[in-house]
Design a protein. Structure first.
Length: 270
């Protein structure tokens, strides 16, 4: 564990309420605030967020009602050493690895109540729900797998593709499956580019964004409309034929006027 007085990063973006609790107590975080080893970083209610850039270039952002512990941070490029461990306690997070994984591919990990995630150079998203459920997703896969180990034991999960992830509960961990579009949209709002423009607007676990925007990065499903960006490009549907004119009524023969239907108390007249 690094010296608690060692500055290991700096805040690049801050919205709403964000604090760091360290050896000298609690301090408010704004842009350019220093970050130290062993800090506990927390954000407030909706609209709050913070992004930290570490000295090795790694980025870690967290949305509303989120908290982490910067448990271990060592980066010495002159000695070719590096190690980083962050404990994700609760909330929504996006992580982009830096130079530490180049120096030590096994030296970067995220720890949660239910899993340990080994990341060797990629972008990931994580949600730790208040109900104990966790979601771990590879947002942008580079070239090395993300390995997820359940804390309670059992089979590990290996992810090697964008948009794929797992769900973990106290009962176990799911197999690798495609993340929902609302989950991907939440993680996208925590990207550096998005945070430079505005605060995250998502409302909670599994909810759509408030402006209705999603991340349509499917495998071609439900993408036949619009520009046809899916793998299948959408199906062409033949237009239905225009309805033809209604047929002319048959003429009534001369000398045979139409029958008049009258009430029962009246007789028909020809």
């Amino acid at each position: 564990m690094a010296n608690a007085e060692q500055q290991i990063g700096v805040v690049t973006v801050s919205y709403g309420t964000a604090t760091a609790e360290g050896a000298d107590g609690v301090r408010e975080l704004t842009a350019d605030s220093p970050i130290f080893a062993d800090d506990v970083i927390s954000t407030g209610d909706a609209g709050s967020a913070v992004e930290i850039k570490f000295t090795d270039g790694a980025l870690l952002s967290q949305g509303p009602n989120s908290s982490i512990i910067l448990d271990t941070y060592v980066f010495d490029p002159d000695q070719s050493t590096g190690e980083m461990t962050v404990k994700l306690l609760e909330g929504t997070f996006r992580s982009v690895t830096g130079e530490i994984v180049d120096l030590n591919p096994e030296g970067f990990s995220l720890q949660t109540p239910l899993a340990t995630i080994g990341i060797r150079g990629t972008t990931t998203g994580h949600t730790i729900g208040a109900d104990g459920q966790e979601v771990h997703v590879v947002v942008d896969f580079v070239d090395k797998p993300v390995v997820i180990r359940p804390v309670s034991g059992g089979p590990i999960r290996v992810i090697t593709q964008d948009g794929m992830g797992v769900t973990a509960t106290s009962s176990g961990m799911s197999t690798v499956a495609r993340a929902s579009q609302s989950q991907l949209a939440q993680f996208e709002q925590l990207s550096s580019q998005s945070l430079q423009q505005n605060a995250p607007t998502y409302k909670g676990d599994g909810d759509e964004t408030e402006d209705g925007e999603g991340n349509d990065e499917g495998d071609g499903e439900n993408q036949g409309e619009g520009e046809g960006e899916g793998d299948g490009g959408g199906e062409e549907v033949e237009p239905e034929p225009e309805p033809g004119p209604e047929p002319e009524p048959e003429p009534i023969p001369r000398g045979e006027p139409p029958m008049q239907f009258l009430p029962p108390d009246r007789k028909s007249v020809v």
